[in-house]
Design a binder for this molecule. Structure first.
Ligand code: NAD
Ligand SMILES: O=C(O)C1=N[C@H](C(=O)O)CCC1
Length: 244
């Protein structure tokens, strides 16, 4: 049995993870950790092997540091970690000889959307991302949009048409934020869980790729898969697609 601790256990995602692990074979919940608990003690006394983290960026970084120092493998869904944070975590994985997975999106359909986008970007360089999430989301742009933009930028061979100078915006932000040269627009509204549309435009044609998570169970097969494969992880893995 893989022993799993969950940080952010009372949150929207954390509570769903507790249910999913309890329903899965070959794994068990040994600690449900919330704000104010002593993480190092909880990990030690529960003998946890894996820590699943869905919290907030500042907490996630501190939790990852504690888990790695305790030789517990962090599986992290929390979004908003910076490239500098990822560099630090990569170094800590080496120092403590413990692996870590950071997955901006655990929904298999979203991973496919991102991979299809990278494929399309080889031929269609002009692209923008619209991500749409629930109104309680605390970070923007979403971790999924950031990872998608990075994958598009890495795959893109052609040169996109120059964007209008933001100085032309009569209202600041109207043309979106740029992530790795890809414009990203963030919508926050009740009625959404997590959606993203990637629009490629070319002469006389458009290609749209869209994924919708309708509820948080959509992320659970990916979380369970990551726990099952945790023992095979090496160093820092960024993106669940690396485990498929
Ligand atoms: N990767 C994915 O597939 C995916 C999917 C959904 C959400 N997310 C991300 O997961 C994160 C959480 O989202 P949510 O909707 O569950 O938020 P939420 O606000 O419902 O839950 C966060 C929980 O973390 C707790 N928390 C904060 N700091 C903590 C700490 N130091 N130790 C323990 N618990 C702590 C809070 O008390 C809260 O209960 C966000 O960053 C979100 O973007 C990722
Ligand atoms: O609900 C959220 O918050 C989500 N965050 C992730 C992101 O930032 O990409 C994934 C989808 C849900």
């Amino acid at each position: 049995m893989i022993k799993v601790a969950v940080t952010g256990a009372l949150g929207r995602m954390g509570s769903e993870v507790v249910r999913a692990v309890q329903a899965a074979e070959g794994m068990e919940i040994v600690a449900q950790i919330e704000l104010g608990d002593n993480l190092a003690d909880e990990l030690k006394y529960s003998d946890a092997q894996v820590m699943v983290d869905f919290t907030i960026p500042a907490s996630a970084l501190a939790n990852i540091r504690t888990a790695l120092a305790s030789k517990v493998i962090p599986i992290v869904g929390t979004s908003g970690l910076s490239p500098a944070d990822l560099d630090e975590i990569r170094g800590l994985c080496e120092t403590h000889q413990t692996a870590c997975l950071i997955a901006p999106n655990f929904a298999i359909g979203a991973l496919l959307m991102m991979q299809f986008a990278a494929q399309a970007a080889k031929y269609l360089p002009d692209v923008e991302i619209i991500e749409l999430h629930h109104e309680k989301k605390v970070d923007a742009p979403s971790g999924t949009a950031v990872k998608t933009a990075q994958m598009i930028a890495a795959a893109r061979t052609g040169t996109p048409i120059p964007r209008p100078e933001t100085a032309f915006e009569s209202h600041a932000g109207a043309t979106g934020a740029e992530v790795d040269g890809v414009p990203v627009h963030s919508v926050r509204l009740p009625g959404f869980v997590a959606s993203q549309e990637i629009i490629f435009g070319a002469q006389g044609q458009r290609l749209s790729l869209r994924h919708d998570s309708l509820d948080r169970t959509s992320f659970m097969p990916g979380v369970v898969l990551a726990i099952q494969k945790s023992a095979s992880l090496k160093g820092l893995t960024y993106g669940l697609e690396n485990l498929l």
